[in-house]
Write a protein that binds this ligand. Structure first.
Ligand SMILES: Nc1ncnc2c1ncn2[C@@H]1O[C@H](COP(=O)(O)OP(=O)(O)OP(=O)(O)O)[C@@H](O)[C@H]1O
Ligand SMILES: [Mg+2]
Length: 183
C-alpha cells in the first residue's frame, strides 16, 4: 500500500479538497483506497477508514500547522503532495514545510499542487518560475472554480459533478502523476 500525505502548514490552501479529489480519482480508476484525517477540524467528504491489507493507497489529510509529528508523518509516506496558493504570502509557509519534509529524510516523492491558479495572472506564472528554480516539481495547477464548492455541497467529486470543468482535468493530471511516481 502506498501512503499519500497531503500537507502544508498554511490554512485554506486546498489540502482537504485535494485529499478528497485524489481519493475519488484513484477510486474511479479501480484502486482500493483508505482515508485518514489527521485534522481534528474534519470537513472532508471521505469518512476515515481503517487501512486494510489489500488497499492500494492510503490518503492522509493533515491540519494547517507544522505539527510536532510532521517529520514522522513524512517518513511514513511514499508520496507527499503540498497544495499551495500562488502568492508571495504562501511562499514562506510552503518553503518551511517543504524544507521540513526534505530534512525528515523521507523516502517520499514530493510535489506541489498549485491551487486557485490563474494563468493570466503574472504573479502566478512568476510563482511557477520560482518553484522551477527551486527544483520543486509542480504536479498540477488547479483553477479557482465555484464548481468545486458546488461539487462538495453535492458530496461528489468535481469529475462526477462536471467532468468538462478544468479543475476535473487538473485532478486527473494529479492522479496520473501520483500513479506514475509510485507505480
Ligand atoms: N480551486 C478551488 N476553487 C474554488 N474553491 C476552492 C478551490 N479549492 C478549494 N476551494 C474551497 O476553499 C476552501 C478551503 O479549501 P480546503 O478546505 O480544501 O482547504 P484546507 O487547506 O484543507 O483548509 P484547512 O487549512 O482549514 O484545513 C473550501 O471552502 C473549498 O471548497
Ligand atoms: Mg483541511
Amino acid at each position: 500500500m502506498k501512503t499519500v500525505l497531503v500537507a502544508n502548514q498554511k490554512g485554506g490552501v486546498g489540502k482537504t479538497t485535494v485529499s478528497d479529489e485524489i481519493a475519488f480519482a484513484l477510486e474511479r480508476r479501480g484502486y482500493k483506497v483508505s482515508f485518514q484525517n489527521l485534522d481534528p477540524q474534519g470537513g472532508v467528504l471521505h469518512a476515515p477508514t481503517l487501512p486494510k491489507d489489500d488497499d492500494d493507497f492510503l490518503i492522509v489529510d493533515t491540519p494547517p500547522t507544522l505539527h510536532k509529528d510532521f517529520a514522522e508523518w513524512c517518513r511514513a509516506a511514499d508520496l507527499i503532495v503540498m497544495p499551495t496558493r500562488a502568492s508571495t504570502l504562501d511562499q514562506i509557509p510552503l518553503m518551511r514545510c517543504w524544507d521540513k519534509a526534505v530534512k525528515s529524510k523521507t523516502k517520499a516523492h514530493l510535489g506541489i499542487a498549485v491551487n486557485f491558479y490563474d494563468k493570466r495572472r503574472l504573479a502566478d506564472s512568476d510563482f511557477l518560475r520560482y518553484l522551477a528554480n527551486c527544483e520543486m516539481p509542480v504536479w498540477t495547477t488547479i483553477p479557482t472554480t465555484t464548481a468545486i464548492v458546488q461539487a462538495q455541497a453535492a458530496q461528489m467529486s468535481i469529475y462526477e459533478f462536471n467532468k468538462k470543468n478544468k479543475a476535473a482535468a487538473a485532478f486527473e493530471e494529479l492522479c496520473d502523476r501520483i500513479i506514475k511516481e509510485v507505480g
